[in-house]
Design a protein around this ligand. Structure first.
Ligand code: G3H
Ligand code: 13P
Ligand code: ZN
Length: 309
């Protein structure tokens, strides 16, 4: 069934587990994710970026999500806008039937972020849609802003409390050391669990969101590179750290890069091993199976959302 994330997060906070939010761009990705959720009996968030809407087109995306929901009446499914850049995009998604939207005002200063987030919250809440906001800056490249790694980019716990109170946002994305894409850490992977703890102590009832949380699964990276890719030295957040986040108050974990790597690894492998194959179903079907395996593993072995549907 199509739901907002309100009930999902309430249960995840009570039960100390996290819900996976997976980026969708096409039919195979949607089917892989939802098939895994059904098998794991897990709630799931399907999230769409503005560039995914541009790529797949809103009408197609909504109809495919609708089909996924119809096919899975027992699985709570939320449709969420990822990194909404402005009020207009958030409004468009609320009006199109999304159950949740993110407004990402992390590139603005605190006051501007509060003002713009509140504008989205007022509009969305009026239509029964929940809002995720972001405070703090993820390292690496976010939108067109390159964020350098420094203490200043982590979410300030006191500011987080003030931000949530003033905006009325439903969940908060925080910066504790993750970053988007395949290159998250130069040395050892480390997250600032001390900051997460302080934030949870100050706003215990606000669901916390972790962006940039792909593992950059080593086997997938290896397969990509073995079959002609050039993605050397990539590194993500290991399963153990994500599991710790899941039991420490993180309610939503965002994953896109792992799905991209999974799809690329699989298609490259099929192309290399079966050069005579040219039926797209051969490689897209294999890619869909890989997406399902990745998502199932995360739900059952890492986030702990299995059997929570
Ligand atoms: O955090 C961003 C997601 O990975 C979506 O990326 O804007 O390229 O679709 P995208
Ligand atoms: P990854 O790049 O680590 O998959 O993060 C995805 C994300 O945060 C989407 O909002
Ligand atoms: Zn993100």
């Amino acid at each position: 069934m199509l739901v907002t994330t309100k009930e999902m997060f309430k249960k995840s906070m009570e039960g100390n587990y996290a819900i996976g939010a997976f980026n969708i761009n096409d039919m195979e990705i949607i089917q892989g994710i939802v098939d895994a959720a059904r098998q794991a009996k897990s709630p799931v968030i399907l999230q769409v970026s503005a560039s995914a809407i541009k790529y797949a087109r809103m009408g197609y995306l909504m109809k495919m999500v609708e089909a996924a929901v119809e096919e899975n009446p027992d699985i709570p499914i939320a449709i969420h806008l990822d990194h909404g850049p402005d009020f207009e995009t958030c409004k468009m998604c609320v009006d199109a039937g999304f159950t949740s939207v993110m407004f990402d005002g992390s590139k603005y200063d605190f006051e501007e972020n509060v003002r713009k987030t509140k504008e989205v919250v007022d509009y969305a809440h009026n239509k029964g849609v929940v809002v995720e906001a972001e405070l703090g800056k993820l390292a690496g490249i976010e939108d067109d802003v390159k964020v350098e790694s420094s203490e200043a980019m982590y979410t300030d716990p006191n500011q987080a409390k003030e931000f949530v109170e003033r905006t009325g946002c439903d969940s908060l994305a925080i910066a504790i050391g993750t970053s988007h894409g395949a290159y998250k850490f130069k040395g050892e992977a480390k997250l600032r669990f001390d900051i997460l703890k302080q934030i949870k102590a100050l706003i215990p009832n606000t669901p916390i969101v972790l962006h940039g949380a792909s593992t950059v699964i080593p086997e997938l990276l290896e397969t990509c590179n073995k079959y002609g890719a050039n993605i050397p030295g990539a590194k993500g957040v290991p399963d153990e750290i994500l599991h710790e986040a899941s039991v420490s108050g993180v309610s939503k974990i965002n994953v896109d890069t792992d799905l991209r790597l999974g799809m690329t690894a699989t298609i490259r492998k099929v192309f290399a091993e079966e050069p005579s194959a040219f039926d797209p179903r051969k490689y897209l079907g294999a890619a869909r199976d890989t997406i399902k395996e990745i998502v199932y593993h995360k739900m059952t072995e890492v986030f702990g959302s299995n059997n929570k549907a």
